[in-house]
Design a protein around this ligand. Sequence first.
Ligand code: NAD
Ligand code: TYD
Length: 351
Amino acid sequence: MKKSIVITGGAGFIGSHVVRLFTTKYPDYTIINVDALTYAGNLENLIDIEKSPNYFFEKVNILDPGALKTVFEKYSVTDVIHLAAESHVDRSILSPMDFIYTNVVGTANLLNVAKEFWKETLAEHRFYHVSTDEVYGTLGDTDLFTETTPYSPNSPYSASKAASDHFVRAYGETYHLPFVITNCSNNYGPNHFPEKLIPLFINNIINNKPLPVYGKGNNTRDWLFVIDHARAIDTVFHHGADKETYNVGGFNEWKNLDLVKLLCKLMDEKLGRTPGTSEGLIAYVKDRPGHDLRYAIDATKINRELGWKPSVTFEEGLSLTIDWYLQNQQWLQHVTSGNYQHYYETQYTNR
Ligand code: NAD
Ligand code: TYD
């Protein structure tokens, strides 16, 4: 059967890399990017492939089941790769309901439409749900998240993603909807919206603005280059076992403060500034409420069973990322105009 794949959230950070990979690598597939174009969705991310004959864009909100059904009918959709979500923890603290609607209700809408549309041929299809390691909660100093770590989400964002994972699993068990889930660690790379740590700090360094480190900067994250995440999604979509979960990570843990210092050093070099200039911008601010101390993924299952592993080192990926932002300042200017200013003031003033 010729594949006709809906990729939700394809105008966002990770989604745009997944859309690009699938559109260029599989010219026989029809790729339909379904995205509501929220503040985080930007079709500029896909300018290089938007004219490909196998690529289509539909401006649809996953909260609208009627519009989703129309897309399924129009393109005879065979598979879904679901990335559309509200994705920023700090925003989930400011407005939790947006996360409950899009991440929980939106995912349930998509599950219902897929289950109904595929009901005569269920076994021939796949619903791929892209999730996060944050559903597992926080870690002590040495342990790792595995696929069997109990869910223990601490933020409205991670709770909404955990709920969506449970719904996907439940539709698999109850209605036999074929599914696969991946839980990935923190991504970084080109096209990352400058509200998350790495792109925010790159943007602030370029503009000589303070670098707001939460608390003492002791929190640890496991960072993965976004193109390696897209490669993992390709691998699991094609070769992952039905009803399985795979953890995806970079084997690359960094304490926030160490990461920020590395970023400052690389930025000073690339901008031709005196060493130490960017570090001088570090400003310690009030900690995030419910701030998870440490995330670290054990990604041995996907490596052992499917042969996936990261392809770039952190130093390579970070250097490529900084170069992309320096060469794409117009992109940065576009996404940081308008509502971004309002968010920035709400989040960082009087912190
Ligand atoms: P993002 O915020 O950059 O992009 C989200 C996209 O979804 C945007 O294009 C937005 O317009 C779209 N969207 C939001 N609400 C929508 C709605 N109601 N209907 C249709 N489209 C909507 O997010 P991202 O960082 O690319 O994350 C993508 C997925 O990967 C999310 O499901 C996220 O939970 C997951 N994930 C992200 C990370 C990470 O580090 N960023 C890590 C692991 C998993
Ligand atoms: P973030 O990029 O928001 O990803 P997540 O919270 O999903 O892991 O944040 C990464 C880490 O950086 C996290 O520990 C919070 C911290 N952080 C700051 O110290 N300052 C900031 O301005 C931001 C956005 C994040």
